[in-house]
Design a protein around this ligand. Structure first.
Ligand code: TXA
Ligand code: MG
Length: 336
């Protein structure tokens, strides 16, 4: 797709598909600095980048995604020093940052009073979500942009996240100015989000850093969002319906009903699998990392076959399996 121009559905606008050459990366950074929207790969999923300090750019980002403005964005920066210029990192935050950055961990901390991250990007909250990605293209873009970059997952709001440039175009062609095509995102599920606003760290979103990893760094078990007392989500991505394909999703299926497609996991398929209208196996070997990496493309592929329902085999609730189960539970939740 490198260098090609694509035209959006009927809008006349076009999303430029950029490659990974120095010229293309410089062009991507120029667009960002000019307040435009540039989708790019991270080690988790593709993000739609916008200058986090530019309220107008952030407004256009919310509009492109169809995202409610009460749902704040993650500010992506290059390193701990850059993180400390926008948020207040206490001892726990610093410890987690040193342990897991660069990498798929997002920390929600109190914003610095003089933070350059726009109010709109933070949805008016006194806090800021910060992530230091490890993907070399994301890092090259951040280095050249020279400012924090807000980057939500590159899908229409509420839809399945994007792990390839083709997924980005399927959702957002004509709605973002460019996409950097850096091949498939490696991990396949989003960063883990840890809230550090109270006495104890709270896992706001399970993700690519496992609870086991967090617990061993902290020296105690991190509490999950279920332990929160209020209904108001701290991470609105925690709203029930999210990651939704068009088809209905039926979890922990031990048999396939007539007319259903099958999202399988592991070598042993359930009864009725031979009659499934379509089948994708997240990992025939039963490997959870592989399953995470294939989750969103498998959901998109099954959806393309337009089944009424996708039956999903049980996924073990351990390691990155918790993040997979979380995304599937949201895909299965009643739609807004
Ligand atoms: O892996 C990732 O984190 C990807 C890549 C592109 O970096 N980004 C991503 O962004 O997943 P998004 O916008 O799809 O999800 C960000 C989540 C949302 O659920 C949002 O509510 C939460 O982070 N969030 C952002 N700022 C927050 C804040 N100040 N307090 C609590 N939650 C926050
Ligand atoms: Mg998202």
């Amino acid at each position: 797709m490198t260098g090609e121009h694509r035209t959006a559905r009927g809008t006349g606008a076009s999303t430029r598909v950029l490659g990974t050459s120095p010229d293309d990366m410089a062009a991507a950074a120029r667009l960002l600095r000019a307040g435009r929207l540039v989708a790019f790969p991270t080690e988790t999923v593709y993000g739609i980048g916008a200058d986090a300090t530019d309220a107008a750019a952030i407004a256009s980002l919310y509009a492109a995604k169809g995202r409610p403005r009460f749902n704040p964005l993650i500010a992506h920066v290059l390193d701990i020093d850059a993180a400390r210029r926008i948020g207040l990192l206490d001892a726990t935050a610093l410890m987690l940052a040193e342990r897991f950055w660069p990498g798929p961990l997002t920390l929600v901390v109190e914003a610095r009073p003089d933070t350059v991250v726009s109010d709109l990007a933070r949805a008016g909250l006194p806090s800021v979500a910060i992530r230091v990605p490890s993907h070399p293209l994301a890092r090259a873009l951040l280095a050249q942009a020279g400012r924090p970059v807000a980057a939500p997952s590159a899908n229409r709001s509420g839809h399945v996240s994007a792990t390839t440039a083709a997924h980005v175009l399927a959702d957002l062609d004509g709605l973002v100015d460019a996409v950097v095509n850096g091949g498939p995102a490696q991990l396949g599920v989003e960063s883990s989000i840890v809230g550090l606003l109270g006495e104890r760290p709270v896992l706001l979103r399970p993700g690519a850093i496992t609870c086991e990893q967090l617990d061993s760094a902290l020296g105690f078990a991190v509490s999950g969002p279920a332990a929160r007392k209020n209904d108001r989500p701290d991470a609105p991505g925690q709203l029930a319906s999210h990651y939704a394909p068009w088809a209905a999703v039926r979890l922990d299926a031990v048999e396939v009903h007539p007319g259903e497609a099958l999202l399988a996991f592991g070598p042993d398929l359930p009864a009725g699998a031979a009659h499934a209208t379509a089948v994708r196996n997240l990992s025939p070997a039963g490997d959870l990392r592989e399953a995470a990496a294939t989750l969103f493309s498998a959901l998109r592929e099954l959806d393309a076959a337009r089944p009424r329902t996708v039956a999903v085999m049980p996924i073990p609730a351990e390691g990155i399996g918790l993040a997979i189960r979380d995304r599937l539970a949201r895909a299965a939740a009643p739609r807004r």
